[in-house]
Design a protein around this ligand. Structure first.
Ligand code: SF4
Length: 376
């Protein structure tokens, strides 16, 4: 099947049916849409702008603390635009308080997680974009439970605002600081919830009071390789960083590790990643979870380098090797250090820039592929 033919196919996993939508929230709306809501409420536009300033610039999520608004006005606007989207079930800490994993209950009882990680030079929040995930990657805890539903723009943004507030208020070890990075690597396949994710990125990058004023290049959107959506994202005009979770350079193995590969092959995914680079000028990150005796052979490192080089040289791409986060009961285990080192050596010998990812949050199951969102 050609790429064009695939583009016209409906992505059937995108909209689970029969689910009630999350309540509308300020963060779901653009500045123009917020002004329309103000008119509908009979409020002057500047009042809704004041609320947006509290939310995006002061990172205040509780209407009760927006004390410069007249109470009646505040209550009317809060009822329409500030419903509670995320109920905290619990927050766990690791890495001497610099990693925090929060379990959230959504309005319909669905559970999702986000993880805030503070490093010496940056602070990153890893957010969920779907409750569960329909991609069924066999090595991933999230994938085992299937997809419950897509998250709304507001539900995604609220995770970021909560993390930014936790940093600003000094709730993370190391004193008050600033949230600098967002990665869409929590629960879900972001590009299967395309519109909500792109709108969330717009809210994050719009200057205050219309958004959080973050740099698009500090926002990473990951995907298992939904090629048509990767191309659409390239054309969207939001220069985020794209991370392609490849995990295997050959279709035979990738069909097993990333089942959507039977629909969008290695060639489809890598071509779309290259297109993203051509359009945005942003170097693409290739994510590769190292699984012992499964995908970590030296010949696969050579093949991976060749596949990437075939798509236009070396400078467009960076490989990020991820020590596998083992899921209890899974047959997939973490690669030996020697095999990982050899994998790096082979890639670098062919001129491919490569790093091994720091594994934060292992001890609280907060690492990539471990977010199962159980309240047990
Ligand atoms: S690895 Fe990512 S895409 Fe695959 S099942 Fe897990 S959350 Fe979904």
């Amino acid at each position: 099947m050609t790429e064009d033919a695939r583009t016209t196919l409906p992505l059937v996993f995108e909209q689970p049916r029969g689910r009630k939508k999350p309540p509308r929230h300020l963060a779901d709306l653009s500045a123009e849409e917020r002004a329309e809501v103000a008119t509908a409420l009979g409020q002057p536009a500047y009042r809704v702008k004041q609320v947006a300033h509290h939310y995006f610039a002061r990172l205040e999520r509780d209407p009760a603390n927006m004390t410069d608004l007249p109470t009646a006005t505040r209550d009317a606007i809060a009822a329409e635009l500030l419903p509670t989207l995320l109920d905290e079930v619990r927050t766990q800490q690791a890495d001497r308080g610099t990693t925090r994993k929060t379990l959230w209950r959504l309005f319909d009882g669905a559970l999702v997680e986000s993880v805030l990680m503070r490093y010496s030079e940056r602070a990153t929040v890893c957010v969920s974009s779907q409750a569960g995930c329909g991609m069924a990657c066999p090595f991933c805890a999230t994938g085992q439970g299937g997809l419950q539903r897509n998250m709304s723009t507001g539900e995604i943004v609220d995770q970021v605002v909560d993390a930014a507030a936790a940093m600003a208020n000094g709730q993370v070890a190391g004193g008050p600081g600033r949230l600098s990075n967002v990665v869409f690597m929590g629960m879900g396949e972001p590009l299967a919830n395309y519109r909500s994710v792109v709108n969330a990125v717009r809210r994050m990058t719009s200057p205050a009071p219309d958004g959080l004023g973050m740099s698009a290049r500090n926002i990473t959107v990951s995907t298992v390789g939904l090629a048509p959506r990767m191309r659409q994202l390239a054309d969207e005009g939001v220069p985020v960083t794209l991370a392609l979770s490849l995990h295997a350079p050959d279709d035979e193995l990738r069909d097993e590790l990333v089942p959507i590969n039977t629909r969008f092959s290695v060639e489809d995914a890598v071509s779309a990643a290259r297109y993203f680079f051509d359009v945005t000028g942003r170097r693409v990150s290739i994510e590769y979870a190292m699984m012992r005796d499964v995908n970590d052979q030296a010949w696969r490192a050579d093949l991976l380098a060749d596949v990437l080089i075939e798509h236009g040289g070396r400078g467009w791409v960076h490989v990020n090797l991820i020590p596998l986060n083992e899921v209890p009961g899974s047959r997939f285990t973490r690669s030996r250090d020697d095999d990982t080192d050899e994998f790096v050596r082979r890639l670098e010998a062919k001129g491919i820039s490569t790093t091994i990812r720091d594994t934060r949050g292992d001890e609280i199951d907060a690492a990539c592929g471990q977010l199962a969102a159980t309240d047990a």
